[in-house]
Design a protein around this ligand. Structure first.
Ligand SMILES: NC(=O)c1ccc[n+]([C@@H]2O[C@H](COP(=O)([O-])OP(=O)(O)OC[C@H]3O[C@@H](n4cnc5c(N)ncnc54)[C@H](O)[C@@H]3O)[C@@H](O)[C@H]2O)c1
Ligand SMILES: O=C(O)C(=O)C[C@@H](O)[C@H](O)[C@H](O)COP(=O)(O)O
Ligand SMILES: [Zn+2]
Length: 357
């Protein structure tokens, strides 16, 4: 068992990582919350696997539980789904003293976090991430969102959970495609950090090894994410590093309209931005190292979406577009990230000239 304490400017919370933690979840939640009504929000894949167990744990710990099950997948990160959940809370007479628990992947976590931040102008919530992506990235740091007008995370808030409870055992039921896509975010983080984190990534050569090393990967990724987000919650500086691979990644994810998982889109985005900046021996080396690590687990490293005519239109909608300029992240070496301001026109020209084959 290990606990990573998170100290944000206005709030502190713990990230607890423990095999089998779901079995003691009620007691853990009781340490941070007095008895109250709790709505567990999950999706229709995770619900049948873990909802009864989590609901029973909370009930035994003295909470009054209601449950809401949403359809799985990115399309549930929508205003319609947010409204539907708010309606369910209102019907159950939820008020400001009641709380939410997100049980699922990044979709459930982002949506539940947003709902918690706006329901009656803010109620408490806890993250119980069950996908690799959510355990290494989305459950920590407080970004919440839904997609609107086919723009990723267009409406969202920064809103921190009261607790993050991670049981790596839940990854055993995660379908292989979802395990591997989550690993896309791990490669992103490992490449930013370098050192022992990257050394571990060099040992991963199959989905089975991802699962075997999951606990260590979660620790490495979250140590980094906690350190960055606690110093820069609102993304004015260093937090921009966590967007490595996301400028083009979010663009291709939107273009794919549900056919690419987020981590797969990030994989393409990492390769695309590294290709664009591969103008010296060292940056070429970075590109080849990333390609090798992503391809070894069959993450996508090339796609016709990277040369799609509509890609720049999607990128223009990025919420980090400031008067026609974006800050993008690339690496001069593994563990050596750089943030560079680039105009949309220059980025478009670089994308047009790049060889993404
Ligand atoms: N807030 C953040 O900081 C942040 C960071 C990274 C990504 N994200 C967002 O996270 C989302 C992607 O998250 P995701 O990859 O977890 O997708 P997801 O939530 O859709 O989960 C992937 C799939 O795995 C299933 N699943 C989850 N846990 C399972 C388990 N233990 N057993 C069986 N099936 C399980 C889900 O039902 C779903 O079908 C994207 O919307 C992305 O934008 C947010
Ligand atoms: O926590 C962050 O900050 C990140 O950028 C993590 C990303 O992996 C994540 O996909 C995030 O949701 C992207 O945020 P956005 O602000 O680009 O929508
Ligand atoms: Zn991401």
């Amino acid at each position: 068992m290990s606990t990573i304490p998170v100290k944000m400017p206005n709030q502190s919370y713990d990230v607890v990582i423990e095999d089998g933690l779901l079995k003691t979840l009620g007691g853990r939640v009781r340490q941070v919350w007095s008895p109250r009504k709790v709505a567990i929000i999950t999706d229709d894949n995770v619900g049948p696997l873990y909802l009864d167990q989590v609901a029973n744990e909370l009930t035994a710990a003295g909470f009054t539980v209601i449950t809401a099950v949403i359809p799985h997948g990115e399309h549930s990160k929508s205003l319609a789904q947010l409204e539907d959940l708010a309606q369910q809370l209102a019907e159950a007479s939820f008020n400001r003293t009641d709380s939410l628990l997100a049980l699922g992947g990044g979709v459930v976590g982002d949506l539940t976090g947003l709902l918690a931040s706006v329901y009656m102008r803010g109620i408490d919530f806890i993250q119980v991430p069950t996908s690799l992506l959510a355990q290494v990235d989305s459950s920590v740091g407080g970004k919440t969102a839904v997609d609107v007008a086919q723009v990723k995370n267009l409406l969202g808030t920064f809103y921190q959970p009261d607790l993050v409870l991670i049981d790596p055992q839940t990854l055993k039921t995660l379908p292989q495609r979802d395990l591997v896509e989550g690993y896309g975010e791990v490669v992103k983080a490992g490449a930013l950090v370098g050192g022992d984190f990257w050394s571990l990534i060099l040992q991963i050569n199959s989905p089975a090894t991802i699962l075997q090393e999951a606990a260590k990967l979660i620790h490495f990724a979250l140590d980094f994410k906690v350190q960055v987000t606690s110093q820069d919650e609102r993304e004015g500086g260093q937090r921009q590093l966590l967007n490595f691979g996301h400028t083009i990644g979010h663009g291709v994810e939107s273009l794919a309209n549900g056919d690419l998982r987020h981590g797969e889109a990030v994989s393409l985005g990492l390769i695309a931005i590294s290709t664009i900046f591969a103008d010296q021996d060292e940056t070429h080396e970075v590109l080849e190292k990333l390609r090798d690590r992503l391809a070894v687990v069959s993450l996508p490293v090339t796609s016709s979406l990277l040369t799609d005519d509509g890609l720049m239109d999607k990128i223009k909608n990025d919420k980090k577009n400031r008067h026609g300029y974006l800050n993008v992240v690339y690496l001069t070496a593994i563990g050596q990230p750089k943030i560079e301001k680039i105009s949309l026109a220059d980025l478009a020209a670089k994308i047009n000239h790049a060889d993404f084959s």
